[in-house]
Design a protein around this ligand. Structure first.
Ligand code: FAD
Length: 468
C-alpha cells in the first residue's frame, strides 16, 4: 500500500483527521475536489459567515449604539464590496493555513474527485478529466454536506439563494425573506438586518432555533425584533416561490391554513443540509447511504460496514457542526493508530452567532421532562451583570439545570453577550461532572460576563445567587 490512510474531503473533519494521522506516524493522503482546502466551514460556512457577522455588528453598533457612548458619527456608509473582499481575505488566510499544515505534517494532497474502485483503491478524477489511482490501508470519508432544497421551490442562485450565495451579495437587500428560523438563517438574516435590510423569517415550527432549549428561542426572537426589527412568521408552511425581474414572491400557509404571500427582493432558503456522497462510488464497496438523510451508516467507532473504511463529520449521524467533525477526525485517526479515544456526544456545544449569541450544552428542559428526570433550574439575567451594564449588552440570561439530588450539572443554556465563549466553561465543568455548587464556588474574574454563569449555578444550588 502507498498510504496508511487516505482521507476524502478536506473540511474540518478531513483536514483534522489527516493532521492527527500524520502526528501519529501514519503515511497520509488527502483528496479534495476544490482548489482550496477547508471544506464548507472555511470556504462557505463558519468562517465567512462570522467575518460578515463581525463587519455588520460593527456597522450596527456605529449606527445605533455609539451615540449612547457619546460617539457621534455622520455620513456612516457600508461599503459592501469592501466587506465581501475582507471576508474573502479571511477565507484565504485560513485556507492557506491548511496548505501550510499539510506541508508541515508531510501529508500528500491531491486535487480532484475521489471515488472508491475497491475498499483500498481510490480513483482521483481531476478537473481536466485525467485520472490517477492511489492505494491505502484505511480510508476516511469526510465529504460533508450541501444545502437542502425544497422540492417545490427552485433555487436560481440569484434571487432565491442558499447560504453560499448569501455570503456574496453585492448589495444590501431591501426586503430579505428567510425561509427557516434555524442557526444559518438567523445568522445570515442578522447580517443583512444590521446593514439595514427588512428581514422576514418564515418558520414551519412554533419557535425559532426549535431544537435548543425553549427559553432561548423566545428570548432571541424578542431581542432580534426589538434591536433589528426582524419579523417572524412561525407555524407557517412555505408552499412556493417565484421570481419576476428583481422581485421574489414567497407563498405560505399561515397557522390557520390561510394562504399568505411575502414580496421581497431576495429569499434565502435555509431549511437544513443534506449529507454529500455524490461521485464517491459507495456502491463499488457495497455501502448504501440512508434513504432520507443520505448519511453513511457507521458503528460507534465511526467505521462503516466495510472494515477499514470510516466516515466522519456531516456525512454521518449527529450534529452538523465543525467541532463535532473535528473531534470525530481525531477519534478515527487515534482508532486507526490503535488507541482508545472517546467522544461524549452529550457535551458537544451548539452556538448561534447572532447578537446576543446563543449557546447550549447538555440536556434541555424539554429533554429532561421527557426523560422524567427530576432537575432544578437556576437562571441569572444579564441585566444584573455589572460587565453587561458597562458594555450595554443586558439582554439575555444564563440557565443552569442540575440533578435535583446530586446537584450534577445536566445542561447549560445561555443567551447573551459572548455566550459562544462562556459555554466553554460549562463544557469543561460538565466533562468533569461538576455540580452546580462546584461552579458557584469557583472564583470568576470581576467584572466578566462569565460571572452570570457562576450566579446561575448558585441560583440552581439553593437559590443562592448574590446579585439577583
Ligand atoms: P465539509 O466541511 O462539508 O467538507 C467536505 C469536503 O469534502 C468539501 O471540501 C468537499 O469539496 C469535499 N468533497 C466532497 N466529496 C468529495 C469527493 N468525492 N472527493 C474529494 N473531495 C470531496 N458549524 C459550526 O460548528 N460553527 C459554525 O459557526 C458554523 N457556521 C456555518 C455557517 C454556514 C453558512 C454553513 C453552511 C455551515 C456552518 N457550520 C458551522 C457547519 C459546518 O460548516 C459543517 O458542520 C462542517 O463544515 C462539516 O465538516 P465536514 O468536514 O464534515 O465537511
Amino acid at each position: 500500500m502507498q498510504y496508511d490512510v487516505i482521507v476524502i474531503g478536506s473540511g474540518p473533519g478531513g483536514y483534522v483527521a489527516a493532521i492527527r494521522c500524520a502526528q501519529l506516524g501514519l503515511k497520509t493522503a488527502v483528496i479534495e475536489k476544490y482548489s482550496t482546502f477547508g471544506g464548507t466551514c472555511l470556504n462557505v460556512g463558519c468562517i465567512p459567515s462570522k467575518a460578515l457577522l463581525d463587519t455588520s455588528e460593527h456597522y450596527h453598533n456605529a449606527a445605533h449604539n455609539f451615540a449612547d457612548h457619546g460617539i457621534n458619527l455622520s455620513n456612516l456608509k457600508i461599503d459592501i464590496k469592501k466587506m465581501i473582499a475582507r471576508k474573502n481575505d479571511v477565507i484565504a488566510q485560513n485556507t492557506a493555513g491548511i496548505t501550510f499544515l499539510f506541508k508541515k505534517n508531510k501529508i500528500d494532497s491531491f486535487e480532484g474527485v475521489g471515488s472508491f474502485v475497491d475498499k483500498n483503491t481510490i480513483k482521483i478524477t481531476k478537473s481536466d478529466g485525467t485520472t490517477e489511482e492511489i492505494k491505502g490501508k484505511n480510508v476516511i470519508v469526510a465529504t460533508g454536506s450541501k444545502p437542502t432544497a425544497l422540492p417545490f421551490l427552485p433555487i436560481d442562485k440569484k434571487r432565491i439563494i442558499t447560504s453560499t450565495e448569501a455570503l456574496n451579495l453585492n448589495e444590501v437587500p431591501k426586503h430579505l425573506i428567510v425561509i427557516g428560523g434555524g442557526v444559518i438563517g438567523l445568522e445570515l438574516g442578522s447580517v443583512y438586518a444590521r446593514l439595514g435590510a427588512k428581514v422576514s423569517v418564515i418558520e414551519y415550527a412554533k419557535s425559532i432555533i426549535s431544537t435548543m432549549d425553549g427559553g432561548l428561542g423566545k428570548e432571541l426572537q424578542r431581542v432580534l425584533k426589538k434591536s433589528l426589527g426582524m419579523e417572524f412568521f412561525l407555524g407557517h408552511k412555505v408552499t412556493g416561490a417565484s421570481v419576476k425581474g428583481k422581485n421574489v414572491t414567497v407563498t405560505a400557509e399561515d397557522t390557520k391554513g390561510a394562504s399568505v404571500s411575502f414580496e421581497g427582493d431576495y429569499c434565502i432558503v435555509s431549511v437544513g443540509r443534506i449529507a454529500y456522497t455524490k461521485d464517491l462510488g459507495l456502491e463499488n464497496i457495497g455501502i448504501t447511504a440512508e434513504e432520507r438523510s443520505n448519511k453513511i451508516p457507521v458503528n460507534d467507532h465511526l467505521e462503516t460496514a466495510v472494515a477499514g473504511v470510516y466516515a466522519i463529520g456531516d456525512v454521518v449521524k449527529g450534529a452538523m457542526l465543525a467541532h463535532k467533525a473535528e473531534d470525530e477526525g481525531i477519534y478515527v485517526a487515534e482508532r486507526i493508530a490503535g488507541q482508545k479515544p472517546h467522544i461524549d456526544y452529550n457535551l458537544i456545544p451548539g452556538v448561534v452567532y447572532t447578537w446576543p449569541e446563543v449557546a447550549s450544552v447538555g440536556k434541555t428542559e424539554e429533554q429532561l421532562k421527557e426523560a422524567g428526570k427530576k432537575y432544578k433550574a437556576g437562571s441569572f439575567s444579564f441585566k444584573a451583570s455589572g460587565r453587561a451594564k458597562a458594555s450595554g449588552d443586558t439582554d439575555g440570561f444564563v440557565k443552569v439545570l442540575a440533578d435535583i439530588e446530586t446537584d450534577e450539572v445536566l445542561g447549560v443554556h445561555i443567551i447573551g453577550p459572548r455566550a459562544a465563549d462562556i459555554i466553554a466553561e460549562a463544557v469543561v465543568a460538565m466533562e468533569y461532572r461538576a455540580s452546580a455548587e462546584d461552579i458557584g464556588r469557583i472564583c470568576h474574574a470581576h467584572p466578566t460576563y462569565t460571572e452570570a454563569l457562576k450566579e446561575a449555578a448558585l441560583a440552581a444550588t439553593a437559590n443562592r445567587a448574590i446579585h439577583a
